[in-house]
Design a binder for this molecule. Structure first.
Ligand code: GDP
Length: 426
C-alpha cells in the first residue's frame, strides 16, 4: 500500500514531522521530486535535524530510504547529510538511490546564482541550489542520470558537448569564467565513489515491495502552490509537488497510491516571491514568525525569515483538491494559543467580485483577502492527546476550517515531537 504525504500550501507545512511519525509503521520511504532547495525539520530522540535530501524515515532501523528518479540529486549534499545523521548517533540508514535519478551538476548551482544576479530586483528568490537549471537541462535532455557515471568514455564526450553550450552563455551572457570539462569529470568521479554502493533499479525494488504487501510512504517537498503546473506560476518550483507525480518520480503504478495525506499548517507562511493574499506585516507578523514552528519560522535551508499570513481557506481548498487529498493533517495549531482573536481568510475579492476558488496568477495578484475573525482559546494545548480535551474555541477553529476546505482533518498536530498528535474520527 502506498501513502503519499504532501503539502497543501507553499511548503513548510510540517510534512517532515508527519512523515517521521507515519514512518514508524512504514517499510519504505521515498523522495520523489525536488532537491536540496527545501528542507524538513525533524525533532526526535536523536536531536533536531534539518534534512534536505534524505527522506524523513532515516531515523528508524526498520525502514529503507529511497531517492527516486524524480529527485534533483545533489550527491555531495546527500553524503554530508548522511554523515551528519550518523555522527549524531543515528544508525547508518538503509539507502537506495535510483539509477535513473539525475544529478545536480556543479554548474547548475553557478547558473542559478548568475541568473538571480542578472534578474536582480526581479529575481524569483531562488535558494540557488541549482534546481531550475537542473530541471531545465533534464527536460532539454542535456542532464545526467546517475547511471551515466558508469560509462566514463561516453560521460566525457557528453560532458564536452554540454559544456560547449554552457560556455557560450557563461562568456557572453553572464561574463563569468568558463567551465573546465576535465575538472568537472574529476568531480563526477568523486560523486561516483560516494553514490556507487547505493545505486539500483529502485522502481523494480518498489514493484517487488508492493507485491509483498509492504507499506510505502511517498514524501513530497514544498506544496501545491509551488507546483510547476498548478501553482502560482512562475513563482513556483521546477518540479511537480503533487502526489500524482509520486507515481512518476518513484516509478510506481498510480493506482497503488491509496492514501493522500495533505499537510496544512494552522496559519500561513511562504518563502520567495509571489502573491500571498492573506499575508500580514509588521509587529503582528513578527510575533507569529517568532512563535511559529519550532523555534520560529525561518527557512530550514537558507535561514531566511518566512513571510507570514493567516490561514487561507481558498488556497488550502485548492491545494487539497489538486493533491487528491483523502485526509488532512492540520499542523502547528499549538502556536496560535497566544491570540485573542484569529483571522482566517475565507474568500478573495478580485475586481469587486468575491470568490472562494483559487485563481490564476494574474488574477491572484489583484486579490484582496476576505477575513473572518474567530475567537482564540488563549491557552497552551501542547500535551493534549484527545480531540475532545481541546478547548472549545480550538475545536471550533479546526471544524470551521475543515468545513471551508471540504476535506476531513483526521490529524491535529500540537507540537513538533513525534507524539504531539491528536487523531480524529478513529
Ligand atoms: P516541512 O518542510 O513541511 O517538513 O516543514 P518545516 O520543517 O519547514 O516546518 C515545520 C516546522 O514546524 C519544524 O520546525 C517542525 O519541527 C515544526 N512543527 C511541525 N509540527 C509542529 C506542531 O504541531 N507544532 C509546533 N509548534 N511545531 C511543529
Amino acid at each position: 500500500m502506498i501513502k503519499a504525504i504532501v503539502g497543501a500550501n507553499w511548503g513548510d507545512e510540517g510534512k517532515g514531522k508527519i512523515t517521521d511519525m507515519l514512518a514508524e509503521e512504514a517499510d519504505i520511504i521515498v523522495r520523489f521530486q525536488g532537491g536540496a532547495n527545501a528542507g524538513h525539520t525533524i525533532v526526535n530522540n536523536y536531536g533536531k535535524f534539518a534534512l534536505h535530501t534524505l527522506p524523513s524515515g532515516v531515523f528508524y532501523n526498520h525502514t529503507t530510504s529511497i531517492i527516486g528518479n524524480g529527485v534533483a540529486l545533489n550527491i555531495p549534499v546527500l553524503f554530508k547529510e548522511l554523515q551528519d545523521v550518523v555522527s549524531k548517533g543515528v544508525p547508518m540508514p538503509k539507502l537506495l538511490v535510483s539509477d535513473r535519478a539525475q544529478m545536480v551538476m556543479p554548474y547548475h548551482i553557478l547558473f542559478d546564482q548568475y541568473e538571480e544576479e542578472r534578474l536582480a530586483g526581479k529575481s524569483f528568490g531562488s535558494t540557488k541550489s541549482g534546481i531550475a537549471p537542473f530541471y531545465s537541462d533534464k527536460y532539454a535532455k542535456t542532464g545526467f542520470q546517475v547511471q551515466e557515471l558508469f560509462d566514463e568514455a561516453a560521460l566525457k564526450e557528453k560532458l564536452k558537448s554540454v559544456c560547449t553550450v554552457k560556455n557560450v552563455l557563461l562568456e557572453h551572457l553572464y561574463h563569468k569564467p568558463v567551465l573546465d570539462t576535465e575538472e568537472i569529470f574529476k568531480e563526477l568521479m568523486e560523486y561516483k565513489k560516494m553514490v556507487e554502493p547505493f545505486v539500483c533499479d529502485t522502481s523494480l525494488f518498489l514493484w517487488n515491495a508492493i507485491k509483498e504487501g509492504k507499506q510505502i510512504l511517498l514524501e513530497g517537498q514544498l506544496g501545491t502552490l509551488k507546483d510547476t503546473d498548478h501553482g502560482i506560476y512562475p513563482m513556483v518550483t521546477s518540479s511537480s509537488t503533487l502526489a500524482a507525480y509520486g507515481a512518476i518520480g518513484a516509478g510506481v503504478p498510480p493506482y497503488e497510491i491509496k492514501e493522500i495525506v495533505t499537510v496544512s499548517k494552522a496559519y500561513s507562511s511562504a518563502v520567495g516571491a509571489g502573491a500571498f493574499v492573506s499575508e500580514i506585516f509588521g509587529e503582528e507578523a513578527d510575533e507569529l514568525r517568532r512563535r511559529g514552528g519550532d523555534g520560529g519560522e525561518y527557512g530550514a535551508t537558507t535561514g531566511r525569515p518566512r513571510r507570514m499570513g493567516w490561514y487561507d481557506c481558498v488556497a488550502s481548498k485548492y491545494g487539497c483538491r489538486l493533491q487528491g487529498t483523502t485526509q488532512v493533517a492540520f499542523t502547528v495549531l499549538d502556536v496560535l494559543g497566544y491570540l485573542e482573536e484569529i483571522p482566517v481568510c475565507v474568500g478573495y475579492e478580485i475586481d469587486g467580485k468575491i470568490t472562494t476558488e483559487f485563481p490564476t496568477t494574474t488574477q491572484l495578484e489583484k486579490a484582496k483577502p476576505i477575513l473572518k475573525v474567530l475567537p482564540g482559546w488563549k491557552s497552551d494545548i501542547r500535551g493534549i492527546k484527545n480531540y475532545e480535551e481541546l478547548p472549545e474555541n480550538c475545536r471550533k477553529y479546526v471544524e470551521f476550517i475543515e468545513k471551508q476546505i471540504g476535506f476531513p482533518i483526521t490529524m491535529v498536530s500540537n507540537g513538533p515531537g513525534r507524539d504531539d498528535i491528536i487523531y480524529r474520527n478513529r
